[in-house]
Design a protein around this ligand. Structure first.
Ligand code: SAH
Length: 243
């Protein structure tokens, strides 16, 4: 199997060269029954802390698969310090935002409840599983953190003020991305509204805070999920690791 196609899995316990990793039940099923790996077959493992390692299948039973961790191939690297806060959407669109935010290198993802948010809950365990899958697939070393689902006002009350909060303003009040890229240095966070947009009360509140600024993504109104992905992409291109 070429390096490009080699299986890459998240390890739930810390990895070190010379150590072993016991695959979880789901991983054992995937490696044995889906991918049909045999003894000595190679897998990439990363644990979100120590980097990435080349491992080989050392023991295999029906229920259990043990990998030997042979050598480190990449040092640990964190994604840039950009967070995405988004008003939760219908289930599938929330899934898309979370998966793509992982690929686009957000370090923390925070689901938010705003005035016009229609979805009333999220399933953190399900979203965490999606984060792991997207990190495996995108060859990311670190796992982004999933923040608690909080009402916008509460989140703003406890905001770490050294982190600029850039809200995506569809009303045309914001500056263009290129004009304010210089003021969006790390640490930074983007906030995207729900399908119904922000209420005028929320926009007033956001405008009044010292650590916020408004940005526009042009005169076309984007779907909320598109706006999240566009904001992260623009930021990576202007300020992040696509520069
Ligand atoms: N219902 C609103 C649109 C909401 S779009 C209306 O019809 O006016 C959902 C969210 O995506 C917005 O709250 C905003 O955060 C973001 N967004 C969409 N288009 C945008 C744009 N052109 N510029 C900045 N943000 C945008």
């Amino acid at each position: 199997m070429s390096r490009k196609n080699r299986i890459r899995l998240f390890a739930y316990t810390p990895l070190e060269t010379g150590g072993i990793y016991e695959a979880t039940e789901a991983q054992t099923h995937y490696l044995s029954n889906v991918m049909r790996l045999g003894l000595d077959d190679e897998v990439f493992l990363f644990d979100g802390v120590h980097g990435e390692f080349l491992a080989t299948v050392a023991q295999k039973t029906k229920k259990n698969l043990i990998l030997k961790v042979n050598k480190k191939i990449f040092d640990f690297e964190k994604a840039p310090d950009v967070w995405l806060l988004f008003a939760v959407l219908k289930k599938d669109n929330t899934d898309i935002v979370v998966q793509k935010a992982v690929e686009l290198g957000a370090r923390k993802i925070i689901p938010v409840r705003s005035e016009y948010t229609t979805a009333s809950n999220i399933k953190p365990e399900r979203l965490k599983a999606q984060i792991i899958e997207a990190a495996e697939q995108s060859r990311r070393q670190d796992l982004p953190e999933l923040g608690d689902f909080l009402p916008l006002e509460k989140l703003l009350k406890t905001w770490p003020q050294n982190r600029k909060l850039v809200y995506l303003d569809e009303t045309g009040q914001g500056r263009s991305f290129s004009a304010c890229a210089k003021q969006m240095k790390e640490p930074v966070a983007f906030l995207v509204g729900p399908e119904g947009g922000f209420s005028s009360k929320e926009l007033e509140l956001l405008k009044s805070l010292s650590y916020t600024s408004a940005v526009s993504l042009g005169h076309r109104i984007l779907r909320a999920e598109t706006a999240s992905l566009a904001a992260l992409s623009c930021w990576q291109a202007f300020c992040g690791d696509w520069k």
